[in-house]
Design a protein. Structure first.
Lengths: 157, 120
């Protein structure tokens, strides 16, 4: 499966390119589903699954402000969706690079305050929770089932 | 010198602009497009010296834009700025005529390394 250390490093690397505040691994698991945003990209081909990024709305606004270089009160829904989608694209693209074999990366989808995204026919492979300036962010890798089983075309270690 | 940034994320287009300034390319005339089709229209109308293009976009993606340019479209230097930096994609990008592929996340140094041989 995916190397957890590598997934954490990729996530922190993407984050560090966007925001000066450090993203640190956290042992906490809970994210308040009423005040969070989720972005997701799907991978298809040699490996089938999805990469989801959940974070608090406060953290989403913070990183959006940094990406657009605007004040928090200037951030609208379009900016939040754009920024969160791009973060999922960057992390998903780098996770896709860990797969051996040819794959396609989908365009991102973004949702707000729904308690996370359900991806039918998938199971959780791994998730990592981080904190940035006291606010939570979680990365989840979901593997698609194939005929009731997880994909037989697994990525290399 | 004219440069066209092509990315469906406005945030990423702004980050690319900022990184260009940090890399010492603040004097370029920079335009933007949000997908390959819009880029093709802008290139046909006004041209450019270099395109910095995302790979994965709606309407027309980056590799489709590159194919359009190679098959009789406006002549312009072309490089990818994309989150998908596998060896397979780098090989395909170069084979189709791209000069470089910068992987996201990137730094001003990675921009200088890719752009200096093309623009200086």
């Amino acid at each position: 499966m995916f190397d957890s250390t590598e997934v954490v490093a990729v996530t922190q690397s993407v984050w560090a390119s966007l925001l000066e505040d450090e993203l640190s691994p956290s042992s906490e698991q809970g994210l308040d589903p009423t005040v969070m945003m989720t972005s997701c990209v799907h991978i298809s081909g040699a490996w089938e699954g999805a990469i989801c990024v959940d974070c608090s709305t406060a953290l989403a606004r913070r990183v959006t402000g940094a990406m657009f270089d605007i004040a928090l009160d200037e951030i609208g829904s379009d900016e939040l969706v754009d920024a969160l989608g791009e973060i999922a694209n960057m992390i998903g693209g780098n996770v896709k690079s860990m797969v051996e074999g040819s794959c396609l990366l989908s365009l991102p989808a973004v949702t707000k305050g729904t308690g996370g995204l359900s991806v039918p026919g998938s199971q959780l492979l791994q998730s990592h929770v981080f904190k940035c300036a006291g606010e939570p962010l979680r990365i989840a890798i979901l593997c698609k089932h194939t005929n009731g089983q997880t994909s037989e075309k697994e990525p290399s270690e | 010198m004219k440069l066209l940034i092509v990315d469906d994320s406005k945030a990423m287009r702004m980050i690319v602009r900022k990184t260009l300034r940090q890399a010492g390319y603040g004097d370029l005339d920079v335009q933007e497009a949000s997908n390959g089709k819009e880029a093709l229209d802008k290139l046909r109308q006004a041209g450019a010296d270099l395109v910095l293009c995302d790979w994965n976009m709606p309407e027309m993606n980056g590799i489709e834009l590159l194919a359009e340019l190679a098959s009789g479209g406006p002549k312009v230097k072309f490089g990818f700025v994309t989150s998908e930096g596998t060896a397979e994609m780098r090989e395909r990008a170069l084979r189709e005529g791209a000069l470089f592929l910068i992987a996201k996340p990137f730094t001003a140094d990675s921009f200088r390394e890719a752009l200096d041989p093309v623009l200086r």
